[in-house]
Design a protein around this ligand. Sequence first.
Ligand SMILES: Cc1ncc(C[n+]2csc(CCOP(=O)(O)OP(=O)(O)O)c2C)c(N)n1
Length: 326
Amino acid sequence: MDTSTRITHLKWMILGRALDDRLAKLKAQGEVPGSVFQGRGQEAYSAAGAMFLKRGDCYAPLIRDTAGRLVFGDFPLEAIRTHIGRRTGRMKGRDGNIHRGDPDLGLLPMISHLGAMISVVNGTLLAKRLTGRLADHVGLVSIGDGAMNTGATHEALNQAAVERLPLVVQVADNQVAYSTFSDRTYACRDLVDRAVGYGMGSLTCDGTDADACLATMHEAIARARCGEGPQMVVAKLLRLAGHGTHDDAAYVTDEMKSRFGDCLQLAERTLKVQGVIDESGIAALWDEARASIQVAVTQALAEPIPVAADEDWCAYSERNLTELRA
Ligand SMILES: Cc1ncc(C[n+]2csc(CCOP(=O)(O)OP(=O)(O)O)c2C)c(N)n1
């Protein structure tokens, strides 16, 4: 991958990590009524998928995809408003954390982490196909190792293959589904082995290796875009935080930790060793990320919370999204 793409990827990883960290701090400060989920350790994979999407594609991120969301057009102010329940956010303060989206942009609001979003992306792609608007657009959906075993996931993967939809399923095998280890959620050698059973293309990568993530997601999305049908990508990595900030992940063993590095630290080290960026360049990316998040936090904290009696309570789909974004 070219130097500019690699540095841009690093920038998104850093912004995702910094935003997750700041949301966790806001939670600790009592500003967030709901849960805070983090994508720590998954930023390289998450950002890489979204980086190869373009306008007209759709994306269904999950709770570990702060980085991917930001790449696709979500922004820190919206994430913070949603978490701290400000009515200025797209969800008007009714969400609590990560179910926000922007259908105009193709960013699909999350229903559930457990496989519900695959059929929503299938439906979006089918609707585009049936109305002649599909062109070379693709849908990207994120899923975890635990959610790979739900009925909703199986039905949707089968449907995507039967319909030959331009769908990319980005599986993050992060070793744990809440506190259940992967060897208790599936018995096959690798989740990617299932792709052939569905009739989908398959790719794998080391989810801690930023360059591998970029190359693999680039290939998967290119295949789907040029009509090769649905693609399943499986990356192995480790969730480097609890399920949410309420979970200290004490059940993750030292042996597991020794097998997986931190994608962000590894990317910084690799890019430095290869002379792509130096220490001060990396520090500048962190400073820029934290400064932009601080501006967003200050603004969001000063914004109003919803007043039940004054709200219109209409469905999200009926609201004027363009006006809300202005
Ligand atoms: C239908 C349903 N069952 C259970 C849950 C609670 N739940 C949310 S995330 C999760 C674990 C998901 O694990 P995995 O798919 O591996 O994703 P990860 O959290 O590791 O990213 C569970 C059990 C839910 N949201 N929906």
